[in-house]
Write a protein that binds this ligand. Structure first.
Ligand code: HXC
Length: 510
């Protein structure tokens, strides 16, 4: 018996050693943790249960039969985060660069299937070079099976990808089909092919960071939803993030205890809007003053900053927040902002997360750069996403709601449930100056006359009451009462049911 126990311990030791001490040291010297160290930080103490530790590849080409490492480059299993179950896999870069073989794929697939069957989230920690080159089509087939499960689980359980090293091929395409991607600054990269291949094919010389570092994917490509300075911070933030997410599309949002009274009034909000309508203010101040304990987890913080998206809580229950940001481009809607917010709204709608929308938008950004870039289609994405969303929707217009952007930003007309406006709201087809200049073109040469026209338009439309008279705004509320109003509205909407005609799926303008 003793020998059998020793044999088990020996096998476990061998698996834990991964690709060997030299490669583990190399991993550490790059500032990266190993796959198991990462899982230890991500999961509650002692909660990780590993599966398939002894799985080895079956490849016999290129001398591979001589190099078998138990576990085969991926550590899989399940554990808990603040007591809630998650399935996990972590690529082990010390074993064939974390690349995916047929058996490695089978380990991942087992976890994906179990997560879906049991309706709990799955988190992948990526640090890997894609399909294992020595295995050829067997590895490609393996990745195909992983992709299939990514798609089947989409909208049923949250899928989170954390990029923690150089990732290529399937190790970027699988994450791309999950709900959220987070990266580690300076040590993680995402590209279809690395700088060496780029140089060979296009002669372009580019560093890994310039091609696919966190600095690119959080600001330019918008592939990543956030980035953190190192492995430890990233994993701790992932623990915080998971507290916001439901286990599945049917579980309902998690409810955390909160000390923040639902009826907390914040009188500083009464002076948030500057007297001058062209002066910016920070919409994030409003968001953090409204949500429980000011705890706001922002998504895509560094991309399209003219719109803010992220998760907060009201009365302990998760909400999704979408808000125009007057501090950046006056909060205008452009292609990037529309795409960013549309994807966020769709995630919330998939997972029964109520949407709270704060509106201060001067319209869509005009010009050839936007039009050539497909503004019509990208703007339509956001319009489509808000319209199709059947989760509880509460909207607060703080200042400008002009033109098409008024309709788009979760207006009453596209099925928002409760629409509030602050007394400072201005709801009109466009700003008074632009409107007067179009309507009274003949007066343009007479500054006094045109000024009078602008004032007339301002008086008629630069207020919330024209919309309120038609019932497009349910109530004009005091800024200091925004939190209690939203909390009550969401409580009232908790059992909302909204019908959508049967369809296979819609045809979102992609
Ligand atoms: C087998 C691989 C590998 C791979 C890396 N390794 N990628 N082994 N298959 N795909 C091994 C290396 O041989 C090396 O082994 C170890 O992992 C570390 O790799 P390095 O190159 O030394 O590390 P680094 O310089 O940090 O570069 C990492 C990398 C690079 C950027 C990931 O290795 C790379 O470009 N790999 C190839 C990427 C790729 O083209 N993959 C195929 C994609 S196709 P030793 O023994 O020295 O430790 C694909 C299809 C999916 O995935 C379908 C998509 C739709």
């Amino acid at each position: 018996m003793k020998e059998v126990l020793e044999e088990l311990e020996m096998r476990r030791e061998k698996a834990r050693a991964g690709g060997g001490q030299k490669r583990i040291d190399a991993q550490h010297s790059r500032g990266k943790l190993t796959a198991r160290e990462r899982l230890e930080l991500l999961l509650d103490d002692g909660s990780f249960e590993e599966f398939d530790m002894y799985v080895e590849h079956r490849c016999t080409d290129f001398g591979m039969e001589e190099t078998k490492v138990p576990g085969d480059g991926v550590v899989t299993g399940w554990g808990t985060i603040n007591g809630r179950v998650v399935y996990v896999f972590a690529k082990d870069f010390t074993v064939f660069g974390g690349s995916l073989s047929e058996t490695h794929a089978q380990k991942m697939i087992k976890i994906q299937d179990m997560a879906l069957k049991n309706r709990v989230p799955i988190i992948g920690l990526f640090d890997a070079g894609g399909a294992r080159i020595q295995e050829g089509v067997a590895a490609l087939g393996g990745y195909g099976e992983v992709f299939l499960r990514n798609v089947q689980a989409s909208g049923v359980i949250p899928q989170i990808s954390v990029i923690m090293g150089p990732c290529a091929g399937g190790d970027v395409y699988s994450p791309a089909m999950t709900d959220f991607i987070f990266m580690v600054r300076d040590t993680s990269y995402m590209f279809v092919t690395g700088p060496d291949v780029v140089k060979t094919v296009t002669k372009e010389e580019v560093t890994a960071e310039e091609l696919g570092g966190a600095s690119i994917h959080t600001t330019k490509s918008s592939i990543a939803d956030g980035a953190y300075d190192n492995d430890v911070e990233t994993l701790l933030q992932m623990r915080r993030f998971m507290d916001f997410l439901p286990a599945s599309n049917l579980s309902g949002v998690p409810e955390l205890p909160t000390q923040d009274p639902w009826d907390r009034a914040d009188h500083s909000l009464d002076t948030l809007i500057p007297d001058n309508p062209n002066m910016p203010y920070d919409m994030k101040e409003l968001i953090t003053k409204v949500v429980d304990e000011g705890d706001f987890f922002e998504i895509q913080e560094d991309f399209a900053k003219n719109i803010v998206t992220g998760f907060g809580r009201m009365e302990g229950r998760t909400i999704g927040v979408v808000a125009n940001q007057p501090m950046v481009l006056a909060g205008v809607l452009d292609s990037d902002a529309s795409r960013k917010a549309a994807r966020f709204v769709r995630f919330c709608d998939c997972f029964q997360i109520p949407l709270v929308t704060f509106v201060d938008v001067p319209g869509f950004l005009p010009g050839t750069a936007q039009e050539y870039g497909g503004l019509i289609k990208h703007g339509a994405k956001l319009l489509f996403a808000f319209t199709e969303a059947t989760v509880p929707k509460v909207t607060v217009i703080t200042r400008k709601a002009y033109g098409g952007a008024y309709d788009v930003m979760s207006s009453k007309h596209i099925r928002a449930d409760v629409n509030y406006a602050w007394p400072t709201a201005e709801i009109a087809v466009m700003g008074p100056k632009g409107a007067a200049e179009i309507l009274y073109r003949a007066d343009l040469n007479d500054p006094e006359k045109i000024q009078k026209r602008i004032a007339e338009y301002e008086k008629r439309f630069a207020n919330p009451f024209v919309a309120a008279e038609r019932g497009y705004i349910d109530e004009v509320i005091m800024p200091h009462g925004t939190r209690p109003r939203i909390a009550r509205a969401l409580r009232m909407l908790q059992n909302k049911e909204a019908e959508t005609p049967w369809k296979k799926h819609n045809n979102l303008p992609l």
